[in-house]
Design a protein around this ligand. Structure first.
Ligand SMILES: NCc1[nH]cc(CCC(=O)O)c1CC(=O)O
Length: 291
């Protein structure tokens, strides 16, 4: 095994922090192995003035890193699983899943405030978050706010936003829990497939046994159920599909959110054998589509 591992990452603070989490895990479980982080700017990071859905979707955050993996300039790359397209190239599979951080969405208030005023403006570019928050804040207006965590918090402070929705996981990894105003339960706001899970992408056929200690079987099962559901309903790009799985013992419970158009949606839960995570995802998608 080579003793210097190169970990590819996007340049944002959150992305680098996530790569560091994997670096620390690998270095501590494999004595003698050192890792270095190689950062690159992706198209998704460069184009901030347009909706992701319009410029090409989630793939924009991973393409540059996939090219580097294929060329061999990095050995693995670390991503938020939530940002990975449902179809991963066959030669660049996900080779490990991190233990899940807090999967919930949170609301951050404008500095100095403890609520969102009646008729206030909530910043989010996510249709998944918008349709669910409209029920909780029926008087509010929802406006797009792209950019990484730091950019969004700055815009919340400087622009006409009363609150913004972020993933708890990102804030916790950055040790920024202090900005959290309200935490939404996974029933109030069903998270995106993979939210809170880190995905390590690698090259097919390569020996990644040094990641075995990092790989989390529970995250893998939950991710497979959530991503199978989302992929089956054509999500991941423009439709606001949500899915959240929880594995306990040998059981896995999956809640899916099905979007029927014009802000109409419903949720449904299915439980089954955790060893059949993908099948649960596909079956729930089928049941919800037929309803
Ligand atoms: N789209 C950006 C993104 N991708 C993953 C996370 C959070 C970390 C995670 O879900 O693991 C975030 C930030 C956010 O939604 O607030």
């Amino acid at each position: 095994m080579q003793s210097i591992i190169r970990i590819g990452s996007r340049e944002s603070r959150l992305a680098v922090r996530q790569a560091e989490i994997v670096k620390e895990a690998v270095e501590s479980s494999c004595p003698g192995v050192k890792a270095e982080i190689v950062t690159m700017k992706t198209k998704g990071d460069r184009i901030l003035d347009q909706s992701l859905e319009l410029i090409g979707g989630k793939g924009l955050f991973v393409k540059e890193l996939e090219k580097a993996l294929l060329e061999g300039s990095i050995d693995i790359s670390v991503h938020s699983l939530k940002d990975m397209p449902m179809e991963v190239p066959e030669d660049l599979p996900i080779v490990a899943y991190g233990e899940r951080e807090d999967p919930r969405d949170v609301l951050v208030y404008k500095p100095g405030h403890t609520s969102v005023r009646e008729g206030g403006v909530i910043g989010t570019s996510s249709r998944r978050r918008t349709i669910q928050l409209k029920k909780l804040y029926p008087s509010c207006v929802f406006r797009g706010i792209r950019g990484n965590v730091q950019t969004r918090l700055r815009r919340l402070e400087e622009e006409a936003f009363d609150g913004t929705v972020l993933a708890a996981a990102g804030l916790r990894r950055l040790h920024m829990e202090a900005v959290i105003g309200r935490v939404f339960s996974v029933e109030e706001v069903v998270p995106a497939a993979g939210q809170g899970i880190l995905a390590v992408q690698g090259r097919k056929g390569e020996d990644y046994s040094w990641l075995a200690a990092y790989d989390c079987k529970k995250s893998r099962a939950e991710a497979e159920a959530e991503r199978a559901f989302t992929a089956a309903l054509g999500g991941g790009c423009t439709s606001p599909i949500a899915a959240h799985a929880q594995m306990a013992g040998t059981e896995l419970q999956l809640t899916g959110l099905y979007y029927a158009g014009e802000d109409t949606y419903w949720t449904q839960t299915k439980t089954g054998d955790a060893g059949k995570a993908r099948e649960i995802g596909l079956a729930l998608a089928e049941e919800m589509r037929r309803r």
